[in-house]
Design a protein. Structure first.
Length: 242
């Protein structure tokens, strides 16, 4: 686990963008392609806008990167809550990524389990297999309850050890979300939490320092088996970190 604290959110965004350039370039040079799972929520939006800006845009090997999402809400792709829509508006519509390299969850389907199964098949078909599909980069956020992706405390998907993507009932929203599961998240070469703001300071302290939390916070279960786990924080989010 590596923790990097940036002075403020803008510095953090630049650091995450530089890391994205480095990790994706390394992947393309090593394996000829790269698989990235983007995070939902609001925090990564500024990073994605920065990557689409001229300075970074020119440094990314967009044509060799396949984009996926770590989770998606049960909404249409043009819905304001769609994680796909956020990433397309912030970045993917502004950079030369081939449309065939953008793999969204079909979250408009009434049957979320079907959407999850289809997404798992897409991942298995597009991401290198050995023996689990290994994402080169997975961006993650964290909620104040310690959830990450759509692995919420007490939710069924936390216990999934076979499937790579499931429909997960989330009580607090009284609805389903489609989410990657721990086996594939922990197969990542790099799992990267991007966290800003003082509101996240308490959960950051708990998740990073209370290693005996029972039950563990979902974010504490992200431990790449043969990869790196980065916590990219601004000083506000690290404000209670001892
Ligand atoms: C989602 C995300 C979720 C998010 C956290 C933090 O679909 O919302 O996958 O895990 O990363 O809830 O969200 P913010 O960045 O908006 O605080």
């Amino acid at each position: 686990m590596r923790i990097e604290v940036a002075e403020h959110a803008d510095a953090l965004n630049h650091s995450v963008a530089e890391q994205f350039v480095r990790l994706t370039t390394e992947a393309v040079e090593a394996r000829g392609r790269c698989a990235v799972a983007l995070s939902g929520g609001s925090t990564p939006k500024n990073v994605y806008q920065l990557l689409a800006a001229p300075a970074f845009r020119a440094r990314v090997r967009w044509g060799a990167i396949h984009f996926f999402w770590g989770d998606e809400r049960h909404v249409s792709p043009d819905h304001p809550d769609s994680n796909y829509r956020m990433a397309v508006e912030a970045m993917l519509s502004k950079v030369p990524v081939p449309p065939a390299n953008v793999h969204r969850v079909r979250s408009e389907l009434p049957d979320t389990e079907r959407a999850a199964r289809e997404y798992e098949e897409t991942i298995r078909a597009c991401v290198d297999r050995a023996p689990l599909p290994r994402f080169d980069v997975i961006h993650l956020g964290i909620g104040t309850d310690g959830h990450t992706a759509s692995l919420f405390p007490g939710s069924a998907a936390l216990g999934e050890r076979e499937r790579l993507c499931v429909a997960n009932w989330v009580e607090k929203f009284a609805g389903y979300r489609i989410t990657l599961t721990l086996p594939i998240l922990n197969a990542a070469r790099a799992a990267i939490f991007i966290v800003t703001g003082a509101a996240k300071a308490p959960i950051i302290q708990q998740v990073l320092r209370d290693r005996d939390a029972t039950p563990p916070f979902p974010a504490q279960l992200i431990r790449p088996v043969d990869g790196e786990c980065w916590w990219m924080l601004d000083q506000a989010a690290a404000g209670e970190l001892t």
